[in-house]
Design a protein around this ligand. Structure first.
Ligand code: HEM
Length: 481
């Protein structure tokens, strides 16, 4: 029996063995049959891709868990992937992840319609309404966290503080309506969501142990129940976007169980990145006094001119120093994969004149974290946080960055790019700016240990949007008097 199994495995390995054909990128199958490089990839994708880059250059194909993935690392060539939605499909891989992470299948879904709808609700005049609701919720949550007459310091991990406050703000703004009505308590949703978020990368890779699988299932179930009323009716207290999304799903024949799963996916898409991004920004400011002084100076000029409690959302306000400080924090900590499935054979024309053939059924993956974001040819001392990296000497926005003597279109890419880039970018920036403004203007905030360094990065999260820290950065805060 055992010999038959071994023979079958050997036969499978020989029959599915792939070799590099003429005109294709360098192929690195790894030593383990079928699995290839999957383990190293999952453990620390950035380290692995860097190792492959040293070995093969800016383009190579690796095997991971039975799939062949071509990784492209030349930002001058990114548009050949981003702009070709005929040969390179966004939705297929998104559907794979949807099923693995959210147990969700939407066979009749029209993603273009859902996206156009989201754009309508998150841009233009609707964005202004969203901003003021967000600002009101944030203020109320901050006040509940710390009453204005409190005199003692409160100690907390900065990641926990940022993630919980911004998650709850976003939840109330988009999913739950005002606090104190009948909607679900945002703290309960956050506690469950954090457990889910902790298992997310393993869910995506299909590497949960049986105990973790049980936890993931029960947390998912709990979240589906908590999210059940969100957007169901027009007066559910959620943002109109969620109600419109529900109606779109209903129109496609999606049953209520599946709708709940889809709402959980939207919770992740809209709330999973803002809290971690705010943590990194505040953490870098607190550990770089010069940067903190510069951002504080810009904010105090605004607060001196304003009487409103939420000045940044009332009217467009220019904050170039803050913008650069945020861009720099995102350069160091936003690490999404931009993945497409090859649905018809394609010749990829690189900017340096080389051409490579991509096979149908493979995947293509851009990893802007390695280049442009951490590329020493583009950003001098890329490991260092420099709050004014995206400012010219005269204080204007710096957009000129070069690689190989050629000006770059993409010099940092935290939001993705092209038609599948982030729909919520402006809302996310406004939320982070409002949070940092309120905290720095109304609170005294400092590191518990003045010499503390930023925590390490949790290496298993490369590829999933904003990175998260390993551990936390202890801070203390109290209202300003
Ligand atoms: C710091 C915060 C955020 C970051 C760094 C971020 C980043 C990204 C990235 C990189 C993508 C593209 C993924 C790809 O190409 O495969 C994306 C897509 C998306 N983002 Fe964000 N995002 C953030 C916040 C938000 C917020 C607040 C919302 C909504 C309120 C949002 C809604 C979306 C949606 C709906 C998509 C999918 C677009 C599509 O289907 O084509 N994001 N985001």
């Amino acid at each position: 029996m055992i010999w038959t199994v071994l023979l079958l495995v050997l036969l499978y390995v020989i029959l599915t063995r792939r070799s590099r054909s003429k005109g294709e990128p360098p192929l690195d199958r790894g030593l383990i049959p079928w699995l290839g490089h999957a383990l190293e990839f999952g453990k620390d994708a950035s380290k692995f891709i860097n190792r492959m880059k040293m070995k093969h250059g800016n383009i190579f194909t690796v095997r991971a868990a039975g799939r062949y993935v071509t990784v492209l690392l030349d930002p001058h060539s990114y548009d050949t992937v981003i702009e070709d939605s005929d040969s390179l499909d966004f939705t297929r891989y998104a559907q794979v992840l949807m099923e693995r992470i959210f147990n969700l299948q939407l066979p009749h879904h029209q993603p273009a319609k859902a996206k156009a709808m989201m754009k309508r609700h998150f841009h233009g005049i609707n964005l202004a309404t969203l901003n003021s609701t967000m600002s009101r919720n944030l203020q109320a949550l901050l006040k509940a966290e710390m009453t204005p007459n409190q005199k003692d310091w409160k100690e907390e991990g900065l990641f926990d503080l940022s993630y919980s406050l911004l998650f709850k703000t976003g939840y109330l703004t988009l999913f739950g309506g005002e606090q104190n009505n009948n909607s679900t308590d945002p703290s309960i949703v956050y506690e469950e969501y954090k457990k889910f978020d902790g298992l997310l990368t393993k869910l995506a890779r299909g590497t949960l142990k049986s105990e973790e699988k049980r936890t993931a299932q029960s947390v998912q179930k709990r979240l589906w129940e908590l999210l059940a009323p969100a957007g169901l009716t027009e007066d559910s207290g959620s943002n109109p976007w969620l109600h419109a999304y529900r109606r779109l799903l209903q129109g496609e024949g999606t049953d209520e169980e599946t709708q709940k799963k889809a709402v959980l996916m939207q919770l992740w898409a809209t709330q999973g990145n803002v809290g971690p991004a705010s943590f990194w920004l505040l953490g870098y400011l607190l550990t770089n006094p010069e940067a903190l002084i510069a951002v504080r100076r810009e904010f105090s000029q605004i607060s001196q001119m304003e009487t409103s409690e939420a000045p940044l959302t009332d009217r467009p306000t220019s904050t170039p120093v803050f913008d650069s400080a945020l861009e720099e924090a995102l350069r160091l900590t936003a690490a999404p994969f931009i993945t497409r499935e090859v649905v018809q054979e394609k010749t990829l024309h690189m900017a340096d004149g080389q051409q490579y053939r991509l096979r149908k059924g493979d995947r293509v993956c851009l990893f802007p974290f390695i280049s442009p974001q951490m590329d020493p040819e583009i950003h001098h001392e890329p490991q260092k946080y420099k709050y004014n990296r995206f400012l010219n000497e005269d204080g204007s926005v710096k957009r000129d960055f070069y690689k190989g003597g050629k000006r770059l279109k993409y010099y940092t890419m935290p939001w993705g790019a092209g038609t599948n880039g982030c729909v919520g970018k402006q809302f996310a920036i406004n939320t982070i700016r409002q949070f940092v403004y309120m905290v720095l203007t109304n609170y005294e905030l400092e590191l518990c240990d003045p010499n503390a360094q930023m925590p390490e990065i949790n290496a298993s999260r490369y590829g999933f949007g904003m990175l998260q820290p390993e551990g936390d950065l202890p801070v203390r805060y109290k209202p300003k008097h």
